[in-house]
Write a protein that binds this ligand. Structure first.
Ligand SMILES: [Fe+2]
Length: 251
């Protein structure tokens, strides 16, 4: 016991003084190094669709045709208290399942391959990507104008969700003093209690993130992320696809 204590004291006495920057002070390489570990990281993905310019007009026309066949603004009847009474059309939730439109089917294939790649990426990229099977549990579209909006919400029964921007005008840039027109706003999943901002937590970023709704862009986000569609008013209608997905590892 005494020997151990003496050896310990001796080691302490001979230790290299702590380096204030690296935190290294002797030992085996890396033994006393400050080790960062990331938990609960939140990842969003975005990806441009190569054939957007060619296919979007016919897809948009197809969606307007579906809209003309509906009698309610919120044809899905889902969470109507979160959606504006005027200015927002929401289709039923079986769009990907039902549509036979060739352009939209190709876009769905692009979305499916993107979700598969995202799932592969966030889970370590060490499985055969072809073993991942993606299923769209819900899929729908919105046509918005005249300040239509969708209040903050989560998506249920899925792991990855997404939005594809087909059309809108007045694409917002940074607006210092006003909410940006028609953006999807994503809210930080971290609790806001004890709110304090300094250089120590600068890396956590802002409390919300506005994703520019650029036509031809797919955005994927995890289902636990609270988000909203801010009011939109523009020369062209804002037309988007949305979906929920589940993924399994087969084989
Ligand atoms: Fe949503």
């Amino acid at each position: 016991m005494n020997t151990v204590t003496q050896r310990g004291m001796s080691e302490h006495a001979n230790a290299t003084p702590s380096d204030p920057v690296t935190g290294l002070y002797g030992g085996a390489p890396g033994e006393y190094e400050l080790t960062p570990r990331n938990y609960w990281a939140t990842t969003l993905f975005s990806r441009k669709y190569r054939d957007h310019g060619r296919d979007a007009p016919a897809i948009i026309e197809h969606l307007y045709e579906i809209k003309r066949g509906e009698t309610k603004n919120i044809a899905s009847d889902v969470a109507t208290s979160l959606k504006s009474k005027e200015g927002l059309f929401e289709s039923k939730f079986d769009l990907f399942e039902k549509t036979t439109h060739p352009g939209l089917r190709q876009l769905i294939a692009f979305i499916e391959s993107s979700v598969k790649r995202a799932v592969w990426h966030v889970n370590g990229r060490d499985v055969d990507i072809n073993r991942i099977k993606v299923h769209f549990s819900d899929s729908w579209f919105h046509i918005t104008n005249n300040s239509g909006f969708h209040d903050a919400h989560y998506h249920g029964g899925c792991s990855w969700c997404g939005v594809y921007y087909l059309q809108m005008s007045d694409i917002p840039t940074d607006a210092a003093s006003h909410a940006a027109n028609g953006v999807n706003r994503f809210y930080s999943p971290r609790p806001s209690g004890g709110k304090h901002s300094d250089f120590g937590n600068n890396y956590l970023g802002a409390a919300h993130l506005d994703v520019p709704p650029t036509p031809g862009t797919l955005v994927l986000f995890p289902s636990y992320l609270l988000h909203s569609g801010l009011p939109y008013k523009g020369e062209k209608d804002r037309v988007i696809l949305s979906f929920n997905s589940t993924s399994t590892l087969e084989g």
